[in-house]
Design a protein around this ligand. Sequence first.
Ligand code: PLP
Length: 494
Amino acid sequence: MQTGGSRSTGKLLMDRSSPGRMGVVPPPLDVPAQEMPDQALLRGNLDLPEVSEPEVVQYFTNLSQQNFSIDTQFYPLGSCTMKYNPKINDEVSFLPGFAGIHPRQPVETCQGALEVLYRLQEFLARISGMPAVSLATLAGAQGELAGVLMMRAYHQSRGDAGRTKMAIPDSAHGTNPSSASMAGFDVVTLPSDRAGNVDLEALHELAGPDMVGVMITLPSTLGIFDANIVEVCRVVHEAGGLVYGDGANMNALLGRVKLGDLGFDLIHSNLHKTFSTPHGGGGPGAGPVCCSRALAPFLAAPIVTKDAKKKAGDDAPEYRLAQPEQSIGKISGFHGNFGVLVRAYTYIRTLGESGLKSISSNAVLNANYLMEALRDIYLLPYDRRCMHEVVFSADLQKERGVSGLDVAKRLLDYGYHAPTMYFPLIVHEALMIEPTESETRETLDAFIQALRDIDRESQENPDLVRQAPHTTPVSRLDEAAAARRPDLRWTKRE
Ligand SMILES: *Cc1c(COP(=O)(O)O)cnc(C)c1O
């Protein structure tokens, strides 16, 4: 990637190389000097940059500042819950007893770490309203795959082999149909009705002895609460199917609604969304699976169990790693993403029950505040009370020749990360905005003003918006070329 920007002077490290310049002073040799290996084993000129230490530090520090992050800017990327990640989570996970243990260490020597995992399982069970939890899965999408494999194992264990169809709403995240088809099922699309709820008539038609179940996100990716959800679960159960809950939107319900109480059989929870652990660059994350008693025997291994039976001369309980009887097996190495699990545990402990409840109230309040403040200029395809995120359409702006993508790019010039674009697929020119609970009213007001200003620009100076961004290190990229012909390798300029 060619990086511009004033501070970095736009030069790649390789292009700053000056023969003989060095950033390290090797210590004096304190071992006998050895002959160099055979010439044939040595590589020739490696073309490594010859630069000073300050040049390296400046170069990488500048690079690190050319990105958007939740620690530098408002990041309203819908569905992703880019909330603030409290620093105390990191501090706790860096404690030597957590950071220094090894996954192959005997369990007797890491009882404290296992206790944290056990307690996290218990918290997630209480929050989800489901008795059993496995922390082994490393992302929401991996939780989905594990969950769908559990659904398959459950039906097979009952000799119910004719179930091949997984019903998934048309508003679903793309990982839902991917997970179902990776598990070998046929995906059948469940249409939404005009209000954005699951179309009950269509569900009745699909429900039958060939249905594995449904995968449903609540609130949906339209940011709305499906008022028929209990009926959806009832219809699916009546047909012998199971209800999978995509828990990515739990920020809207935290501490208030337990998916287990509504009739869901199993869910995943994205700890890097709801529970404030870092998203990383595609990882690391954690997507624990919570499930009903009937599905518990199929959970991914390992789970942590507590043996209350005290050892002789010791009053502490014993924690063990166990494999549920009919487990789908291991889906990741070792015991889940331990450092991330410790962070989520810390988050839950610092907030407590009332704190968790305040998360969902503020997340929903903030999204509704944005909805009300912008509804006069951006279309609301599903105009009803939203939950933790609001989905607008830029159709009105599009009529003036400025697309949703242009609006999103222009937001970068105002110092905001873009909202989620063109998703859910059933909304034209979708702008999906999720403010999360962690932003102040002042930040929201400034963001609202930016979106109003951009709308005005789209009328007065549409080219300004169409060519945005103007202030970022690189301006508008050819995204198709960037994906198909990425330029990832430095080549020497002669
Ligand atoms: C983020 C998300 C997923 C996928 O979760 P990952 O942790 O990114 O794998 C699935 N469904 C919805 C609705 C999401 O927002």
